[in-house]
Design a protein around this ligand. Structure first.
Ligand SMILES: *Cc1c(COP(=O)(O)O)cnc(C)c1O
Length: 668
């Protein structure tokens, strides 16, 4: 190909290269990044080096707009920029006059929340460690959804629009694969996106499957429209077949020689069924050794079930047989459970925190001996703010190269009593807080006021409105001790009617705080995403996390916060239970005794909100004691806790997590 200067093009047949991608991919450049790292990684995958991994996930939150950002010669289209968002606050006039302007590229919109961010952080860290991995996911043509606030009444989900064809770093391949079903075939286009390591000399290809091609009928084309679209069962099943079976085919068509398949959640459990096509039942045991499975939630809605009759209607008979061998549930054996399918076809099963490991053993006693626990983490280079990193940089001699290896952050404890260090950490945080107050200047967010944030998916077990159980008490505390700013953000799954009512609750609570914004200011931000997350986790004073134990398998947002020296106000669940003896904030509320597990939740809003207020009151007293005689009290225990937070981030990161996967799951 005379007009193809890049070696990359010998590898990947890019659709529309001449017309669209020639200017961004040329010589040795790929959207502003070096091609050599891509070639190295591709060569190992193609030649079947040792320890090659196929990583499967329904969603990926890659933070493409805040870390390792690709450039393109094409100007960003409006569709690929973040839009302005509304805010609902108890400062009504500001809400009415302004919207929140965000001048940034869109993040690759193929995630809904923590599971996707975990997958993204795992792939990035694997790239940092130069692990030969190919990641598999779905190109969600319409993302998750766009959250619109419907003044005071809740959330109105809107269709999200973005343009894959002009998204920097994303390339469509000529390759298409065919997913063979009982009565028809589904054609899938393959897209590629490269996830670079921190040093930009290695990259992991992310393969995204897309059913929106002309060979398919209208309904089939829309299968890869919206992530977690759950209003029809056939659609849900087909999406999982695309990810699992389609994903396996994609790896094969691309020529990748994969030794191990890692299923991030049960969504991809059909991958084994595709593998089983090439063998007879006698060989199944050997095939299982190539699969490992990570379970991410004890909540029933997170475990996919389908009627066998539906599978029989849609899948080829031999594929249904393979599923029946491993995935049936219950006495009637008429339901397939993807969690069981994944567990029965893997050589490794793991939960995502120690607490979740215990819960999972109660849920699946038959698998007790096989269930491991590897606590989640976050990719530190993505989530640590520049001011905090810069504050730590001058202390490299004591700390070591923490940018390269975040487990060295533990060494901040050596500097705990160094007044200059304490001041540097405090000032870095104040700088972050200034950025926040500029970001929210229209709502007059102040940098000298205690600021609390609750932001994540809105789901019942996360108890989003816990802090609003008694607004009068909150007002009283703010009047008595010192002002409070509370920031809220989160999307509720459009089919989760209970979650919808929580948004409603929050808005009503904000209404009740109307007029008190001098001391108690509450803001609810529209369209929570990674961009807003990165801002919030580094710039508030207190990260609030109040799931009902034991339903939060891990949680990761608090890990992003501690890496920035932000204190926790949390129930003891998920990862936080592992830090129960650490001075990283305050823990409160119901404790699960770990003896039994039931699906039916009792939310305990009344008692736990009281415990929350008591702990918050203590934190407020602490916070407003930082400044003594109008100057910073550098010995304040608050700053002790900030330093302890950063020290704990040495453990709660994906650098440590991926090392554990290498040793205990992938067995490198
Ligand atoms: C980290 C993150 C989450 C996960 O939050 P949890 O508190 O762990 O549930 C969800 N959404 C976004 C955008 C995130 O960045």
């Amino acid at each position: 190909m005379p007009d193809n200067p890049s070696k990359l093009l010998d590898l990947a047949r890019i659709k529309d290269y001449q017309a669209r991608y020639r200017a961004d991919i040329h010589d040795d450049v790929y959207f502003g990044f070096p091609v050599s790292g891509i070639l190295d990684a591709e060569n190992i995958l193609l030649s079947g080096g040792k320890n090659t991994i196929g990583y499967f996930s329904m969603e990926y939150g890659l933070a493409t707009n805040v870390y390792n950002v690709f450039s393109s010669v094409l100007p960003l289209t409006t569709d690929n920029k973040l839009s302005d968002n509304e805010i609902i606050s108890n400062d009504r006039i500001a809400d009415y006059l302004f919207s929140l302007k965000i001048d940034s590229a869109l993040d690759l919109p193929i995630y809904s929340g923590g599971l996707g961010v975990l997958a993204g952080d795992t792939v990035k860290t694997s790239a940092d460690k130069k692990i030969p991995m190919a990641a598999v996911g779905i190109l969600w043509n319409k993302g998750y959804f766009k959250q619109r606030f419907w003044f005071k009444f809740g959330q109105l989900p809107e269709e999200m629009k973005w343009d894959p064809a002009t998204f920097p770093g994303l390339i469509p391949l000529e390759d298409k694969i065919k997913l063979e079903l009982k009565d028809k075939d589904i054609y899938l286009r393959l897209w590629k996106y490269y996830v670079f390591n921190r040093e930009r000399n290695f990259a992991i290809p992310l393969i995204l499957l897309d059913s929106n091609v002309e060979e398919n009928d209208e309904v089939t084309r829309r299968l890869t429209d919206r992530l977690y679209k759950s209003d029809d069962s056939d659609g849900r099943l087909l999406q999982r077949l695309i990810l699992g079976m389609g994903g396996m085919k994609a790896l094969e068509v691309l020529g990748y020689k994969i030794n191990l398949y890692h299923l991030n959640e049960g969504h991809a459990a059909f991958a084994f069924v595709q593998k089983a096509r090439q063998m007879d039942a006698k060989e199944y045991e050997a095939a299982k050794l190539q699969f490992c499975y990570t379970c991410h939630t004890p909540v029933p809605a997170g475990h996919d079930r389908f009627a066998i009759s539906d599978l029989e209607r849609i899948m080829k008979p031999q594929d249904v047989e393979a599923v029946k061998n491993f995935g049936l549930e219950g006495r009637d054996r008429d339901v397939v459970n993807l969690t069981l399918l994944a567990m029965n076809t893997s050589s490794s099963i793991n939960a995502v925190s120690k607490k979740h490991g215990e819960v999972m053993k109660l849920q699946f006693p038959a698998y007790k001996k096989r269930i491991k626990a590897i606590t989640n983490g976050v990719h530190s280079p993505t989530w640590m703010s520049e001011p905090i990193l810069k504050a730590l940089d001058p202390y490299r001699e004591a700390l070591g190269d923490f940018r390269q290896d975040p487990t060295l952050l533990k060494n901040v404890l050596k500097l705990k009593d160094d007044p200059d260090f304490r001041k540097a950490v405090w000032q870095a945080h104040q700088e972050n807080k200034k950025s926040l107050s500029r970001f929210l200047s229209r709502w007059r967010i102040r940098e000298d006021v205690l600021t609390i944030c609750w932001a994540r998916r809105i789901a019942a077990y996360k108890r989003p409105s816990l802090i609003f159980q008694d607004i009068e008490r909150l007002k009283g505390m703010a009047n008595r001790i010192g002002p409070i700013q509370i920031l809220y953000a989160g999307k509720a799954h459009p089919n989760d009617s209970l979650a919808f009512t929580y948004i409603n609750d929050i808005m009503n609570s904000i209404d009740k705080a109307n007029g008190s914004e001098g001391n108690l200011k509450i803001l609810m931000l529209e369209n929570y995403d990674i961009y807003i997350a990165k801002m919030l986790v580094s710039s508030v004073d207190v990260w609030l996390n109040n799931p009902l134990p034991p339903y939060e398998a891990s949680g990761t947002s608090g890990m992003k916060a501690i890496a920035n020296g932000v204190l926790q106000l949390s129930t003891l669940d998920g990862w936080v239970a592992e830090a129960a003896d650490k001075r990283i904030g305050k823990f409160f509320g119901y404790k699960d005794d770990g003896k039994t597990f039931t699906d039916g939740m009792v939310l305990r809003l009344e008692e736990d909100s009281k415990a929350l207020y008591a702990s918050l009151e203590e934190m407020m007293l602490f916070y407003y004691g930082i400044n003594k005689d109008d100057g910073l009290n550098i010995r304040s225990p608050w700053i002790d806790m900030m330093v302890e937070c950063i020290a704990e981030a040495a453990y709660f990161n994906t650098h440590r997590m991926v090392a554990e996967y290498m040793q205990d799951v992938w067995k490198f």
